[in-house]
Design a protein around this ligand. Structure first.
Ligand code: CMC
Length: 427
């Protein structure tokens, strides 16, 4: 039986149906609100707004739960690979042997980028941020692969092309930024091993694949693979709703992710830890600065719109840090500083009362540093991880029978009708 809520405006009562999700969360369906009442809702930052129904990712911010297609993130991080998780997110189910082999062959077949694209890379100023380069290059893919049909096969090809080529583009941008030769993808390496090899192999020092590092990269990417309607995913859905091509759509997600309040936070965390290590700042000063309402500084890698408890991804990431550093026999003083900072924040009344806990970005940079990824590539790594999520969400929105172009309204607060003043009469 449908549940309803009542809205009373003046002497009129309106009824709106309640939508209940598969885990019991409830939403008031106000899709007819304006038509029925003449009113709209006002919700800056969409804090209380559900933008869609989705069957991809479930989060419970109070309990610290994250599941992809129903499977807990902890199980996926323990047992799965990034390639398999990408398949799961995009197709809705875990693949069989046959399906994953087919997916691998397609990833391999589409891993090269057109040689002409290399010329673009060479003309970016050396100091360009890799996120800007990646976003531009992903949009550029439409010029090289313009044949987009809506058959299932063609969509699968575009999806695989994106997942495979973004990895190649990311590695090329790094090699070119170093002034080194580009390393081509290899058919005999797994998705993550291939990326590491493209990043670090060199004619003078062949890269030795270390399965523990490959595993760490898999876990890093799995933990970032989707997070329901976050800022960049919403950007993907908004841009995609105009029915633009999937490359431009994903590029919008990359641009949104770049922001320091979103995916760019992983780079900012390392800067913050460096300030403590190198520039004489103390943990206490950082905590006080973050609490100071006259200072725009925030403790980076802390806080989350949805999680009001420890981010389940951060828990896994923290454990991984210890494992990777131990394996590499490469202690990182930044990890000790991060742990001190976390302890100080978790015992501070401000952070306790604001429910601010470490998020996925707090420890991820330490793992990336240990693997050898330079700091300005951290958010590119996040983008590689989030890609299957963006694609799955884009695809779901394209198939949504309730689809509409995204076009919110506003409450106008500007001047009332004003006459045009000719320039000579203006004061
Ligand atoms: N340090 C200090 N205070 C904070 C922090 C922080 N990191 N995060 C939130 N607050 C305070 C904020 O000042 C506000 O205080 P008050 O109510 O007293 O004015 C309160 O907590 C609520 O903050 P908000 O900005 O309304 O919360 P939000 O849900 O809009 O923002 C956030 C979420 C992630 C943008 C924010 O917590 C933040 O800026 N964190 C630091 C950046 C960061 O680590 N971002 C990565 C997010 S996780 C990865 C991803 O998915 O992108």
């Amino acid at each position: 039986m449908t549940e309803y809520v009542k809205l009373i405006i003046g002497d009129k009562t309106y009824q709106f149906p309640v939508v209940t999700g598969s885990e019991g969360e409830k939403a008031i369906d106000i899709s007819n609100l304006r038509q029925m009442t003449g009113y709209i809702t006002l919700d800056p930052g969409f804090v209380n707004t559900g933008s869609c129904e989705s069957a991809i990712t479930y989060m419970d911010g109070e309990k610290g739960i994250l599941r992809y297609r129903g499977i807990p993130i902890e199980e996926l991080a323990e047992h799965s690979t990034f390639r398999e998780v990408a398949y799961l997110l995009i197709n809705g189910v875990l693949p069989t042997y046959k399906e994953i082999n087919r997916f691998s062959v397609m990833l391999n077949d589409h891993s090269l980028v057109h040689e002409d694209m290399r010329k673009f890379f060479e003309n970016f100023p050396r100091a360009s941020h890799p996120m800007g380069i990646l976003s531009s290059m992903v949009t550029t893919l439409i010029s090289f692969y313009p044949y987009l049909e809506s058959t299932e096969e063609e969509i699968n090809m575009t999806v695989t092309r994106l997942i495979s080529k973004v990895r190649t583009l990311a590695a090329i941008s790094y090699k070119i930024s170093r002034g080194h030769n580009v390393v081509y993808p290899r058919h005999d390496f797994s998705y993550c091993a291939n990326f590491l090899n493209m990043m670090f192999d060199s004619p003078v020092k062949p890269y030795q694949i270390d399965e523990d590092i490959v595993r760490a990269l898999n876990v890093f990417l799995i933990l970032h693979a989707d997070h329901e309607q976050n800022c960049s995913t919403s950007a993907v859905r908004v841009v995609g709703s105009a029915r633009v091509n999937p490359y431009a759509t994903v590029s919008a997600g990359i641009a949104a992710l770049w922001g320091p309040l979103h995916g760019g936070a992983n780079q900012e965390v390392i800067k913050m830890l460096y300030d403590i290590k190198e520039r004489g700042a103390t943990v206490k000063q950082m905590i006080e600065k973050a609490k100071d309402k006259n200072d725009p500084f925030r403790l980076m890698g802390f806080g989350h719109r949805v999680y009001k408890t420890y981010d389940p991804r951060a828990k896994i990431m923290k454990k991984m840090c210890d494992k990777v550093l131990e394996k590499l026999e490469k202690p990182d003083p930044l990890l000790d500083i991060a742990k001190d900072l976390e302890e100080a924040a978790l015992n501070d009344e401000y952070f306790i009362s604001h429910h601010l806990y470490p998020n996925v970005d707090f420890y991820s940079g330490i793992i990336l540093r240990a693997i050898g990824i330079p700091t300005n590539m951290f958010t590119v790594m996040f983008a590689m991880g989030r890609l299957p999520g963006w694609i799955a969400q884009w695809r779901e929105s394209m198939e949504d029978p309730k689809w509409k172009i995204t076009r919110p309204r506003q409450i106008y607060m500007g001047p009332k009708k004003t006459e045009y003043t000719p320039i000579q009469e203006r004061k």
